[in-house]
Design a protein around this ligand. Structure first.
Ligand SMILES: Cc1cc2nc3c(=O)[nH]c(=O)nc-3n(C[C@H](O)[C@H](O)[C@H](O)COP(=O)(O)OP(=O)(O)OC[C@H]3O[C@@H](n4cnc5c(N)ncnc54)[C@H](O)[C@@H]3O)c2cc1C
Length: 534
């Protein structure tokens, strides 16, 4: 039997949890569907902090100017102004929910500095900001009587009016709308049906589409894939932010070395030990991330080195201990002593600036379907995200979305349609799981090699051919075998890889995070790229 709620939230990172708390506080019944345990999210691993204006020497107009500058001519200025204006209020709310932002000895809040920011404005909890936020929000969820959490439930597909057949569909007049979703309970291996008047996608990013990423395993683009399959508009997928400084190790792990470390004075050096950022930008090591990542890429290609160095000697050991205990500890575990040695660093896929298109109420192009956080594209980031604007955007948009959903549900006619349960048909268990493993590897390598920091049309076309053939294979597999988590994730990864490539091929210019040798200049009339299943 279907589980019925007012609202279903998919994902339990900062966006999903903030939204769930708000709608529950407004009296609605909420189900949170999340594919692992609740804490596992990109949010949990965020280090640097959350950008918002709090110092008297700063103001929202300066934050707006820095965001527009990083976004390289493609931000939606209204979105930038409205989202950033709500920043201070959201910080107060997080503090009220129990996030203890680090303070200076005199009691003022400690503000970090990151690339592209003209002022110190990053509030943080040492270098474990995301963990502190996640824990505070989860505490609120556990104590809310209006929220049920379904861990280890993998959202598979949205249920929409247009997908229903015959009589049930005729009961729903007018345009298409969302009715709920199917989720695979990964413990029982059964697909369960959830119905609701509204669904929020808060499924985070797509880092796992690349061979090397700072993102945890959950970041497989599931929300974008589900929205796309339901005919929802997706935008600007070519803008993948590669973080310049992930710890280089011989395996695929890429632990993030926060930009805040450069904010406190650390310097990038090439393999010969020379500081090189001055050659690329007057802001040197604190230029926006796209510039720093391309500079590193160019230095590595010139020397053939596998990594560069991050020199933390300009920072006192006391400060390193106090501000970056997590990074310090990780380096020590890897055998790098910051007393004596530099950190080996390389770029890694980090953040998706595009995603499911929403307005400033979090509404998508499908009635009743909302999206916020990294899965969504509001226009705030344009062609490149300003560091630490993403946690802020997630909270602001969760609050705005929660208000909007309340209005939507009070105006929408309730639906009394029978939603059919998931049908497995006569599909079998797969006896060829090696295919999945192989294809998983192939997507990640293809994207890393052909759709990386610097692109060409030829490489993008080569990638498109490979991804199209993987897409055919995985869909054949999907329809013939019983679904499980790795099959579902791979199917979504292949789909979003294709969307990244399609958007990249649409953009005939180099702007922000999209740099192509075939179109090195900026167009005079920049516009968003867009993909939508017809
Ligand atoms: C290492 C690292 C450091 C970062 N540092 C910062 C920083 O300092 N400042 C900043 O602003 N940003 C930072 N970011 C980016 C920021 O953390 C993310 O953009 C933000 O946390 C995204 O929040 P979210 O709620 O949208 O998604 P997430 O936090 O990623 O949560 C997504 C949730 O959706 C669930 N989910 C996904 N698919 C499904 C499915 N099919 N079914 C059910 N559940 C699903 C996941 O399990 C998870 O619970 C960092 C990112 C990383 C990886």
């Amino acid at each position: 039997m279907a589980k019925s709620y007012d609202v279903i939230v998919v994902g339990s990172g900062i966006a999903g949890l903030s939204f769930a708390l708000k709608v529950a506080e407004a009296g609605m019944q909420v189900a949170i569907v999340t594919k692992k345990n609740s804490a596992e999210s990109n949010t949990y691993y965020a280090q640097g902090g959350i950008a918002a204006v709090s110092a008297q020497t700063d103001d929202v107009e300066m934050h707006v100017a820095d965001t527009l500058d990083a976004g390289d001519g493609l931000c939606d200025e209204t979105a930038v102004r409205e989202i950033l204006a709500d920043g201070a209020g959201c910080i107060e709310e997080l503090a009220r929910r129990g996030v203890a932002f680090t303070q200076l000895e005199d009691g003022r809040v400690s503000l970090g500095k990151e690339g592209g920011h003209s002022k110190r404005r990053i509030l943080h909890v040492k270098d474990v900001t995301g963990k502190a936020i996640e824990e505070a929000l989860l505490h609120g969820i556990e104590t809310s009587p209006n929220i049920d959490t379904f861990e280890h439930h993998f959202a598979v597909e949205l249920i929409t009016a247009s997908k229903l057949a015959g009589q049930e569909r005729r009961k729903l007049e007018g345009a298409d709308r969302v009715l709920g979703l199917y989720a695979l309970n990964t413990h029982t291996e059964r697909v369960e049906t959830f119905v609701a008047g509204a669904v929020l996608l808060a499924t985070g990013g797509i880092g796992q589409v690349y061979q090397f990423t700072t993102n945890p395993f959950i970041a497989t683009g599931d929300g974008i894939a589900m929205a796309y399959r339901a005919g929802v508009e997706v935008r600007n997928m070519e803008f993948i932010q590669f973080h310049p400084t992930a710890f280089y190790s011989k395996d695929a792990n890429r632990f993030l070395i926060s930009e805040a470390v450069r904010g406190e004075g650390a310097i990038l050096r090439n393999i010969e030990g020379e500081a090189f950022m001055e050659k690329y930008d007057k802001r040197k090591d604190l230029a926006p991330r796209d510039i720093v990542a391309r500079a590193i890429d160019s230095e590595m290609k010139k020397s053939g080195a596998r990594h560069l160095w991050l020199d933390t000697k300009p920072i006192t050991l006391k400060k390193l201990h106090e501000h970056f205990p997590n990074i310090y500890e990780y380096c020590a575990q890897q055998g790098v002593s910051l007393e004596r040695e530099m950190i080996p660093v390389v770029p890694a896929a980090h953040y998706l600036c595009g995603g499911v298109q929403t307005n400033l109420d979090g509404e998508t192009s499908l009635a009743g379907l909302y999206a916020c956080g990294e899965v969504a594209c509001t226009g705030l980031h344009g062609a490149n995200r300003l560091a630490s604007n993403s946690l802020l955007e997630a909270v602001v948009m969760a609050n705005r979305g929660a208000e909007s959903v309340a209005k939507f549900l009070s105006g929408a006619a309730p639906h009394d349609v029978e939603v059919p349960d998931w049908a497995d048909g006569d599909v079998r268990d797969s006896d060829e799981r090696v295919v999945l493993l192989h294809n998983w590897d192939e997507v990640k390598r293809t994207m890393w090699d052909y759709v990386g920091i610097v692109r060409t049309t030829k490489r993008l076309e080569r990638a498109r051919n490979r991804i199209q053939s993987l897409d055919r294979e995985i869909n054949e597999y999907y329809w013939n075998f019983k679904v499980d988590e790795s099959l579902l994730e791979l199917r979504n990864l292949i789909l979003v890889a294709g969307l990244v490539i399609d958007c990249a091929l649409q953009r005939k210019e180099s702007r922000g995070l999209h740099c192509t040798r075939d179109y090195p200049n900026k167009s005079d009339t920049p516009s968003d790229t867009s993909v939508r299943r017809i």
